[in-house]
Design a protein around this ligand. Structure first.
Ligand SMILES: [Zn+2]
Length: 103
C-alpha cells in the first residue's frame, strides 16, 4: 500500500486508542489518498464530497466506540520528507531565477 501521510486517533470509553490512517501512493497516483482503518477492513471510497476527517471521526465512533479526544497528526516520516524537500525546491528556484537573470 501507500505511505502513511496522516492519521487520526480517537480514544474509546475504556481508554483504548483507535487509529485511521491516510495513505498516499506516490509511485502510481500521487494525488490519490487512501483511508484505511488500522483495526478493521474499513477503507471507504473517497469519491465523495465529504471531508476525510468527518468520515474518519464517524467510523471511529460508530465502529469502535471511540468518540473521545479525536486528534489528527501528520505522519512523522512524511513531515521529515517534506522538510528535506522544501530547501531543495527553494535552492532550485533560486538557481532558476539566477539563470533567468543572467540570460
Ligand atoms: Zn475500523
Amino acid at each position: 500500500m501507500g505511505t502513511p501521510v496522516r492519521h487520526f486517533t480517537a480514544s474509546a470509553a475504556d481508554g483504548r486508542e483507535y487509529t485511521v490512517r491516510i495513505e498516499r501512493d506516490f509511485r502510481y497516483d500521487p494525488y490519490r489518498d487512501f483511508v484505511v482503518c488500522a483495526h478493521c477492513d474499513w477503507s471507504p471510497s473517497l469519491l465523495t464530497t465529504r471531508r476525510i476527517d468527518d468520515m474518519a471521526a464517524e467510523h471511529l465512533a460508530s465502529a469502535h466506540g471511540a468518540d473521545g479526544g479525536l486528534s489528527q497528526q501528520e505522519d512523522e516520516g512524511f513531515r521529515k520528507a517534506r522538510m528535506i524537500m522544501l530547501p531543495i525546491i527553494a535552492v532550485l528556484l533560486i538557481a532558476l531565477f539566477v539563470w533567468l537573470g543572467n540570460s
